[in-house]
Design a protein around this ligand. Sequence first.
Ligand code: CO
Length: 134
Amino acid sequence: MIGRLNHVAIAVPDLEAAIATYRDTLGGEVSAIEPQAEHGVNTVFVTLPNTKIELLGALGENSPIAKFLDRNPEGGIHHLCYEVDDILAARDRLLAAGARVLGSGEPRLGAHGKPVLFLHPKDFLGTLVELEQA
Ligand code: CO
């Protein structure tokens, strides 16, 4: 069911510093900062030949990454995003298997304007998983 690795997301305390690390130190191709107000994050994408890195900075008071950054003050890997062909079919299969889908269970538009869902890390080896419709 899961397809390509769309991105690995890293939550960071200082997005400008993270951009400098990926652009200047690592020589990556880094996008502009894109605010995702509905998700409470600012995002930057680093395009690699085979996948992307998503750098996440907190946006607003109740950012969903605030607690993560409290526990990981220097930042850290936050989630993995896998592509699926049909996100509703994927969700229904996962729910039938007893997995927990976060939030309302309805897909929301993610950073690429495509429907996404997040899966409970306790059901997936301690890793927060994002599914994005390809
Ligand atoms: Co993501």
